[in-house]
Design a protein around this ligand. Structure first.
Ligand SMILES: Cc1cc2nc3c(=O)[nH]c(=O)nc-3n(C[C@H](O)[C@H](O)[C@H](O)COP(=O)(O)OP(=O)(O)OC[C@H]3O[C@@H](n4cnc5c(N)ncnc54)[C@H](O)[C@@H]3O)c2cc1C
Ligand SMILES: NC(=O)c1ccc[n+]([C@@H]2O[C@H](COP(=O)([O-])OP(=O)(O)OC[C@H]3O[C@@H](n4cnc5c(N)ncnc54)[C@H](OP(=O)(O)O)[C@@H]3O)[C@@H](O)[C@H]2O)c1
Length: 426
């Protein structure tokens, strides 16, 4: 065993990095293989690999240029002192501005930009009809000591101060702002207050590793680890942007050249049944296919005689039928016993994996009654929730249970007691 970790990663090199999508697909999903030779790293089907991204050098240089720094300035970081260039490349996430960084501008906006602090110390109100004095209040003007009906009127003409005050007083404006902006955008809005190199990095999010479900079995693909990665690309404010780690792997990981920090993130629960004769049902649309490629490789090489049923889906058969040749081979050789494909953008109606589960409800119930394991991998927010409710509906319909009984059977029985309903969702 090796002790590589997020803090002490193994420096691996990608040996393959190619797009799995067919021509004309609007998605970019890559198959990326990393070399483990010399690492002593072991893994099992179901584990995930941690990857340490690096920020895009062109973004680092652009940020140095708009702030007028050379990059050689020393800054203090959570990992010790280093140059500003190194901090912006390897220690902080510079592709998305953080709430903390924005929040930290407050003092300096009011101090440096001439935002005027006004205190009301005396207020009188007169009647509009006869001019008589209706109210006469005097006080210190502190927060605890202002008239109840006092209405604040913007005191500063600085649009940056107004923007800052909106962002920090309204959480949804803040979410909207940071969703589409990096530090270049933020410097355009707030840069006039001036930054020291230290002020630039203080409050930025620390750079975090990303996890990827491993798409290979260590026995089938010896000495390597395979990933199935959906590349995040978008355009905001007229600039093309990428997710930090997926952009790094897609655009700046040269095969057999680039060194990439990696470590294993083992799973305790998302594992194949010990008894190879147990049937398994796998539901993995999109990149959710990854651990099921690993499971199928493992069951194939083990000669496990339990049946394997895969529900996969994505936009279209032409564009997103990942690992088609391998699936065809497994079907031909009887490793993949059942294979159901849901193409969501092939026709006028959305077809999702749970729709196909519903169509095969009775058979799913028979497999489960017979001891099958049920696995789900992929999107946590929508797909996994819908698959979960569909599984409960199947138990109601074919297992003669009330909705409450079926919920308990699935959530307590299958998930917690028997541990044969397992999820790897993100
Ligand atoms: C256990 C586990 C297993 C995983 N397995 C896989 C896997 O096998 N394959 C895989 O591809 N991923 C997998 N992931 C997800 C992966 O870890 C990363 O989260 C993903 O690759 C995005 O990382 P990133 O650094 O490229 O994007 P980040 O820089 O982290 O950005 C992603 C963020 O961008 C946001 N975003 C998306 N579109 C836009 C837009 N148009 N405008 C603004 N923001 C946008 C998203 O909301 C998301 O929060 C897994 C995650 C976990 C926890
Ligand atoms: N938390 C995360 O970070 C996270 C999790 C998952 C995916 N993503 C991001 O999403 C992008 C693509 O991910 P992906 O390639 O794995 O595919 P995906 O977006 O999960 O889509 C795979 C398939 O699932 C379908 N789908 C959408 N909603 C569904 C639902 N409620 N039930 C069942 N199926 C549903 C999609 O259809 P339609 O699109 O046609 O509706 C598509 O056919 C990537 O950029 C990835 O980073 C992020």
């Amino acid at each position: 065993m090796s002790d590589w970790s997020a803090k002490n990663p193994f420096h691996s090199t990608p040996t393959q990095n190619f797009i799995l999508n067919g021509n004309g697909s609007r998605k970019e999903t890559r198959h990326i293989v990393f070399d483990l030779e010399g690492s002593g790293m072991a893994y099992k089907a179901g584990d995930a690999l941690g990857i340490i991204p690096r920020c895009p050098p062109d973004l680092v240089e652009a940020l140095l240029s708009v702030t007028n720094f050379s990059g050689e300035e020393e800054v203090e970081t959570h990992l010790g002192d280093c140059t500003l260039r190194e901090a912006l490349t390897d220690r902080y996430e510079i592709h998305r501005v953080s709430k903390k960084w924005i929040g930290g501008l407050g003092d300096r906006l009011s101090n440096d930009t001439g935002l005027i602090e006004m205190r009301i110390v005396r207020r009188q109100r007169y009647s509009t009809s006869d001019g008589s004095l209706l109210m006469d209040w005097q006080g210190s003007g502190t927060d605890e000591d202002i008239p109840e009906d006092y209405v604040e009127i913007g005191a500063s003409g600085d649009p940056a101060a107004t923007l800052w005050s909106n962002l920090t007083s309204d959480p949804s404006s803040m979410e909207d702002y940071i969703w589409s902006r990096d530090y270049i955008d933020a410097i355009a809005d707030f840069g006039h207050i001036g930054f020291s190199p230290q002020q630039l990095v203080d409050g930025m999010d620390r750079l975090k590793p990303r996890l990827y479900s491993i798409a290979s079995s260590p026995d089938f693909e010896q000495g390597t680890v395979h990933l199935t990665v959906a590349i995040v690309r978008y355009n905001h404010h007229d600039r093309d942007r990428t997710g930090l780690c997926t952009g790094f792997m897609a655009d700046r990981c040269d095969t057999n050249v680039t060194q990439v920090g990696a470590f294993m993130s083992p799973t305790r629960s998302f594992v194949l049944p010990q008894d190879g004769s147990t049937d398994i049902i796998m539901v993995g649309p999109g990149t959710g296919i990854a651990p099921f490629r690993a499971f199928l490789q493992q069951r194939d090489i083990d000669g496990a005689n339990g049946r394997n049923w895969l529900f996969f889906g994505d936009w279209t058969e032409e564009g997103e039928y990942y690992y088609r040749d391998e699936m065809d081979d497994w079907k031909e050789r009887g490793v993949l016993s059942k294979h159901d494909l849901a193409w969501s953008r092939a026709g006028p109606e959305k077809v999702y994996v749970q729709h196909l589960m519903k169509q095969h409800g009775e058979e799913i119930w028979n497999w489960i009654e017979n001891g099958a394991y049920f696995y789900v991998c992929g999107d946590k927010n929508y797909m996994a929730k819908d698959v979960h409710s569909t599984l409960i509906e199947i138990c109601v319909e074919y297992g003669s249970m009330s909705p409450d009984e079926a919920k308990d059977f699935v959530e307590t029985g299958l998930m917690k007691t028997e541990k044969r309903y397992l999820r790897d969702v993100y």
